[in-house]
Write a protein that binds this ligand. Structure first.
Ligand code: ADE
Length: 415
């Protein structure tokens, strides 16, 4: 077999494996096929191009949508899956691993060339291009979905300035997304990336988690389970207390950097590690990022302080500081769980992408009633995904009695 045939077989297997572990999306997909709501609808997608994303694209295409897909990150594509989507599944996919900046934007533009009716974005780059360089296409776009915290923050600020031109559903804010994807998904996939990149031990090390949002919580929880001594850094006083009461040490980064064997950022903000931290960083510290953008660990600061790095493994760059201390950066500071790992576990993305599919159906059915704002998904659709998921897990739960329903709806009845 040639190398590209090998790659194709690998991609098809990965997609089939994902499909066989995504029963919730499959059930929603079967209904979408029957109901034909998406027939002929053009959907432009910018998501991390790997097997689970592939199954979302395939599900929408099987339901009759015309789909194009690009990556939302230059380093997160699984080339085997991109090839299989193009060659076997007929999904026009514009993505490859290690894209240059020009290729990355070229691919997003290739998706937009289809004049999408709807977009699905992760991080809001696709939607930003639509509102800046491709404004000619805006009038045709009826709505969009946004997958992640960083993207939702950007879109809310666009909406606040009155710049957003179509309704967007914040998929991220659905309970069935952030409670599981951001916490258990990032918790597991961060260490998938860490181990694949470094083959190093976590147990017994001081591991600093920057940010105690849902992603940081998941990373800290899994780091503890792997035997690390976990330190959390935060700027939010309430989250800092949460971290403390969850049993972690909490301190400023300037203090944490001096003792850190491993630092993992998941804040959604920039410059979490900057020059002042590099000056005191513990020799041999390994740093990685699981936030959306590669600006959490400042590469500018690293390169101006330590000069260009030496590649010591596929996803590990080693920097030597002026006094001889060394520091390693994983996957060029890009999200290590996708760049060096395989992204969130399949069962997690089954829930996130079921929310995506239902959000798209909701947009198609309701766009004319929606304003150019960022909306949350209706609760009944969140609950629907939870109920299907429970069923596929073989878990039953109780239901309220009529009397209990009445009790919960009145204020007169006390004990
Ligand atoms: N796989 C596809 N999209 C993902 C995301 N946003 N995070 C982690 N894994 C993913």
């Amino acid at each position: 077999m040639s190398m590209s045939e090998d790659l194709l077989v690998k991609g098809v297997r990965r997609l089939e494996w994902a499909e066989s572990h995504m029963p919730v999306l499959a059930e929603i997909g079967r209904r979408l096929v029957e109901e034909k709501v998406l027939k002929g609808v053009r959907i432009g997608m910018a998501l991390h191009v790997e097997a689970k994303t592939g199954m979302l694209a395939v599900t929408l295409a099987r339901a009759g949508a015309k789909v194009r897909l690009a990556s939302c990150n230059p380093l997160s594509t699984d080339d085997s899956v991109a090839l299989a989507l193009n060659k076997k599944y007929g999904i026009k996919t514009y993505a490859k691993k290690w894209e240059s900046t020009e290729e990355y934007y070229g691919n997003l533009n290739a998706v937009l060339d289809m004049s999408p009716d709807y977009v699905i974005d992760d991080g809001a780059d696709l939607i930003t291009i639509l509102h800046t360089e491709r404004t000619d296409l805006l009038k045709g776009v009826k709505g969009g979905n946004e997958e992640t915290t960083t993207g939702v923050i950007r879109l809310r600020s666009m909406a606040k300035e009155g710049k957003l031109k179509f309704p967007v559903i914040s998929v991220n804010d659905a309970h069935m997304k952030y409670l599981f994807d951001n916490r258990y998904g990032t918790g597991q996939s961060t260490f998938d990336g860490f181990m694949n990149a470094t083959n190093l031990l976590v147990a017994g090390k001081r591991l600093v988690v920057a940010g105690y949002g849902w992603c940081g919580k998941g990373i800290a929880m899994r780091a503890k389970g792997l035997g690390a001594n976990v330190i959390v850094t935060e700027v939010d006083p309430i989250r800092a207390i949460e971290a403390k009461m969850d049993g972690f040490e909490v301190m400023p980064m300037l203090q944490a950097a001096k003792v850190a064997d491993i630092i993992i950022s998941a804040t959604g903000c920039k410059d979490i590690i900057r020059l002042e931290h590099l000056r005191v960083l513990k020799d041999g510290c390994v740093m990685g990022n699981s936030g959306h953008f590669d600006n959490e660990i400042s590469k500018k600061a690293l390169e101006s302080y330590a000069g260009p790095p030496k590649k010591v493994r596929e996803f590990v760059d080693e920097y030597t500081m002026p006094d001889g201390r060394k520091a390693c950066l994983l996957s060029e500071g890009r999200l290590m769980n996708l760049a060096a790992g395989q992204g969130h576990p399949v069962e997690i993305m089954d829930m996130s992408f079921s929310i995506q599919a239902l959000a798209m159906e909701h947009l198609v059915q309701n766009h004319s009633r929606l304003k150019p704002e960022v909306y949350e998904l209706p609760k009944e659709l969140d609950d629907l995904v939870a109920r299907i998921k429970l069923r596929t897990m073989g878990v039953e739960i109780d239901a309220l009695t009529k009397d209990q329903v009445h009790y919960l709806s009145t204020w007169q009845e006390g004990t």
